[in-house]
Write a protein that binds this ligand. Structure first.
Ligand SMILES: C[S@@+](CC[C@H](N)C(=O)[O-])C[C@H]1O[C@@H](n2cnc3c(N)ncnc32)[C@H](O)[C@@H]1O
Length: 477
């Protein structure tokens, strides 16, 4: 059967484009040993396959692959779903007609198949279709182009992240070796210029944040600002559950997540709209709701087609995570997420597997910061693990997941502190002593003043599962 025929029959899958892409980029390759083992095995199989294919075609060289990639380097790919679908089918037909004209057209045919792959929402599946339907020589070329592409995307990440204007770079240092002898690198942040005490190094809005449920109505559901007495709050027009501090926040929340997650004034606690928000209210666990927001926002980001090469998922998958054994609780959370997002994001059911949910949850739990947007002690709440990574002057009013600040290492003698100076979820990193260009930036995950080394190490181990190796811990008992 022809490639285009198979793809045409499954084209409905384009409707779930964004999830398809996420699935593709969701890789646990860096952190999960079991997945890495599987991947290694798979990679070996693919390498063997590619080698066999390459041997069959001595005229196709690495240079050909590179030339092919260079020839389409500056090409713009269609963005809307309809255009992508049309483009994909055109490329598949062109590829097919080219390879049937003979081996001299294999190179150009491969370019067409590769371009179709670039816009197809489930590339891994399309590769499997190719394997069965196109000549092995063309397949080897497409695979070569794909692997170069993925490799360069992986390598380039830390050259474009964090943005220069944030005055920090990701600092990699060897941390030891795994049982299998693989090098482990740890990634922290280093200053790209000098700062004096009190200076702000950068400010950063979160990828997602969530308000402590008991504060809903008094604080903005989007930016977590307290709504002051005289200022009128802006309620959601559809539900009576949340308010915003401004029309701007209401619009942003609507676009990013609330239009989908809004309870739409449903009275029934078990309705799809209400079940997740009820769970959040009752348990005060923010992670399931934050993951729902994260997924909706990711779909929103994709639909914006801003031209950004990396999305929030690319960021999240690079972070370390806390390994948590799956339990009935996660089962429940997963089903709540599926119910809440199901009718709005087709494909979400297949996307939220137990493995993926546990990884996303582990990453969020490990990297969230407690947010403090009130100075009023009456807003002091009982802290839960999600709001732990925080040393604040005021009460914790919520939690946030931040792209750059996720990378900050802990020290019992920090040189920077986190503030929420405008009393919203925007985090600012402030120097607490003089910092030289190139110096590593370290924050306090826990309060260290007047706490013995043993107690600090115990707290860090209980909450973050690492043995603190900051200079203070390494030199004191
Ligand atoms: C919340 S993550 C920090 C972000 C991390 N850079 C990442 O790549 O996701 C915590 C991890 O950073 C490392 N870490 C942070 N502070 C440390 C310290 N003081 N001593 C040893 N390891 C530390 C530990 O490996 C820990 O597992």
């Amino acid at each position: 059967m022809k490639t285009s025929t198979i793809v045409a029959s499954t084209i409905g899958v384009l409707a779930v484009a964004t999830i398809g892409y996420a699935l593709y980029f969701d890789s646990k390759r860096r952190n999960d040993p079991e997945f890495r083992r599987k991947l290694k095995k798979e990679r070996k199989r693919v390498q063997k396959l590619a080698k066999e294919e390459a041997n069959k075609l001595s005229t196709i060289t690495t240079q050909t692959v590179e030339e092919a990639l260079a020839s389409i380097k500056d090409e713009d790919f269609p963005t809307s779903m309809e255009e992508r679908e049309k483009f994909c089918m055109e490329q598949l037909s062109a590829g097919e007609s080219l390879f049937t004209q003979g081996p001299e057209n294999y190179g150009t045919a491969a370019i067409c198949f590769y371009k179709a792959l670039k816009v197809y929402p489930a590339p891994a599946e399309l590769v499997m279709v190719y394997q069965k339907t196109i000549p092995s020589e063309v397949f080897a070329l497409v695979m070569g182009m794909l692997s170069k592409d993925v490799q360069s995307k992986q390598e380039k990440y830390y050259t474009v992240f964090p943005p220069k204007e944030m005055n920090v770079k990701v600092d990699e240092k060897p941390e030891g070796v795994t049982a299998e002898g693989e090098k482990v690198m740890r990634r922290g942040l280093a200053a790209t210029k000098s700062f004096s005490a009190g200076q702000t190094i950068y400010s950063e809005a979160p990828v997602i944040s969530s308000l402590e449920p008991s504060l809903e109505g008094d604080f903005c559901h989007y930016c977590l600002k307290q709504i002051a007495g005289e200022e009128p709050s802006v309620p959601c027009a559809k539900c009576r559950d949340v308010v915003f501090c401004s029309e701007k926040c209401k619009t942003m929340a609507g676009q990013e997540f609330h239009d989908i997650l809004c309870t739409k004034d449903s009275e029934d606690a078990s309705s799809p709209e209400r079940s997740l928000s009820e769970y959040t209210k009752v348990t005060r666990k923010l992670v399931p709701e934050m993951l729902a927001k994260f997924l909706v926002k990711m779909v929103h980001e994709e639909s914006l087609n801003s031209g950004a090469e990396y999305n929030s998922f690319d960021h999240m998958e690079r972070l370390r995570y806390l390994e948590i054994p799956p339990s009935a609780e996660e089962e429940k959370e997963m089903s709540l997420l599926k119910v809440a997002l199901g009718s709005n994001i087709p494909g979400i059911d297949e996307f939220i597997t137990e493995e993926r949910y546990m990884l996303m949850k582990g990453r969020l739990l490990y990297n969230l910061y407690g947010i403090s947007t009130s100075l009023d002690p009456q807003h002091e709440i009982e802290s839960l693990p999600e709001r732990l990574r925080s040393v604040r002057d005021g009460p914790i009013t919520g939690a946030g997941f931040y792209r750059v600040s996720s990378y900050l290492m802990h020290s019992c003698e920090p040189n920077v502190k986190i503030t929420f100076s405008d009393k919203s979820h925007t985090l600012s990193l402030e120097a607490i002593r003089e910092i030289k260009e190139g110096e590593e930036l370290v924050v306090g995950y826990i309060k260290s003043d007047k706490v013995s080394t043993e107690d600090r190490r115990l707290q860090l181990f209980m909450n973050y599962r690492f043995r603190c190796m900051c200079p203070l811990c390494e030199t004191t008992d």
